[in-house]
Design a protein around this ligand. Sequence first.
Ligand code: C2E
Ligand code: CA
Ligand code: CA
Length: 539
Amino acid sequence: MMLQKLLHYRWFRGSKLLALGAFGITLLPQMALLILSYVHALTYERNELQSIASLSARQMTSLIRAAEITLKDLETYFSQDRLNDARHLQLLQRTGYRDPRFREIGVVNEAGALYLTSLGFIEPPILLQDRARLDLSKKELQILGPLTTQVMQERSLVLALPTQGQGEINILVDPILLSHWLEINGLELGPDGYIAFVRTADQEIIDGAGQLPREGNILSAQPARDRLQLSQSLDDIGVTIVVNVSRAWILRDWRSFFQLGVPIALLSSSLMALAAGHFVALKAQMEQDLRKAIASDELELYYQPILDIETEQCVGAEALIRWQHATRGLLLPDAFIPLTEKTKLIVKIGEWVIKQVLQTQADLLKKNPHLYISVNLSPVQITSEAHSKRILSLLTTHPEIAPHLLFEITENVLVEDAQMHIPEALASIRACGAKLALDDFGSGYCGINYLSKLNVDYLKIDRKFVSGSDVTAQTATVLEGIIDLGNRLQMTVVAEGVETEAQRQTLIKKGVRYGQGYLWSRPMPAQEFALFVADSSPL
Ligand code: C2E
Ligand code: CA
Ligand code: CA
């Protein structure tokens, strides 16, 4: 639903791919987390069931072992002829009541009649009807029942040991005891879970707690898909413990997490998609606005004076673009130039800049014939012949102004695009009489070798070496190196970002010729710059 709605947004048309990508990328890890939490919940609950089964197993094993020892001891005594009947009774009473888990002990003779219990002799002995359940050939403890015993008339679990003479000694265990264990152990099994002791041989339930199945074979039946069953078989005592719970119950916590997690995941992914789409839409909008801006005069060139650092005479200016955006106010180039480079709009804008500068310079040169104007060139404008041709045609149609222009390019561009059209374009620009400057020098990786081969007239030192917050003794040394290099290669050095008198003094000492920065002026509109030049000492 949400996705469908998302697809109907107007902006979505142009940004489907990105929005879908953002949706997927944010949704995937969240879904992975939900799946992981499901696996974790299942494993955790399985371990819980296992520990419940193990606890029940320990209790059952301990009961059977105790009964086995007691019955085997009694058998030994009973097989000793020396004991008389009175001592047999004493013995039963002593051992029978020693273990609180045993309710009664009985002795059955070879005719199958119960003749002695810990309560006393039974006269006449009662012939047991349920003896058929006992395998007399196996002289080992057998678990019978739970059955309603003839004597007590109560349901009991019977632990019986056949004796040598085809008789039997048995212990009655109160089934409430087993139920009590199981109920406590099975507290965490939910409203429809159950736990049971099952006799492995015939799969009869010895005792259980919870919603025990009414019919069907509890052990061999395949548990339903919506249930989780765990069984632990105690082979040596012939008992299996079965724990069965519904998946809905054991995953109840995970479900609440899931019910909360899925909408959150979808919502956050949709928001990401919206944001990504919105971002693309904003860019698309900006691109559209920019195209209009060129036509409707929203772009403006500001000029920042460049001065002789020693005499403080204005020798020129750098043209810096501004965008008077209809709704967003005055925008600085960093906010839109990168986009214009990506969309190649910079070619058009760059052309507009040169046209403006040519016009301004035509006026300025009338009174200040030595003034030069610096124009920033984007690499896009010179990477192909088609683009650079537009610059060259403007320069060749204004041969009197071209020598008073300076084109700034960054050193990184030169390194990255050395193989492309750039060197050729730069040479043609120079052939028109314009000068070249290497902008932001020191912030890139222009090798000295490469620099020496370039015909660049000016070196503009990046302002981070002049007034940046990280000007240190180390950067001061780099600055000296750059100035020295510039001078040796006969390039005129211009320092950018001069903000204080102290910086000016330092730069003078180090041999920098020109400077530009807030110490003298911020970039300003053309008319203001014309006044600035007029106020400055005559050139
Ligand atoms: P850039 O060529 O390094 O321009 C110098 C930047 O430093 C300008 O920022 C200027 O306002 C700023 N600046 C000047 N003096 C100081 C100072 O004393 N302290 C400080 N902190 N900053 C100072 P702006 O105008 O925002 O220009 C930013 C960048 O935009 C320019 O960096 C340039 O790379 C680019 N740009 C500007 N106009 C054009 C253009 O017409 N075409 C192209 N392709 N890029 C342009
Ligand atoms: Ca520049
Ligand atoms: Ca610069």
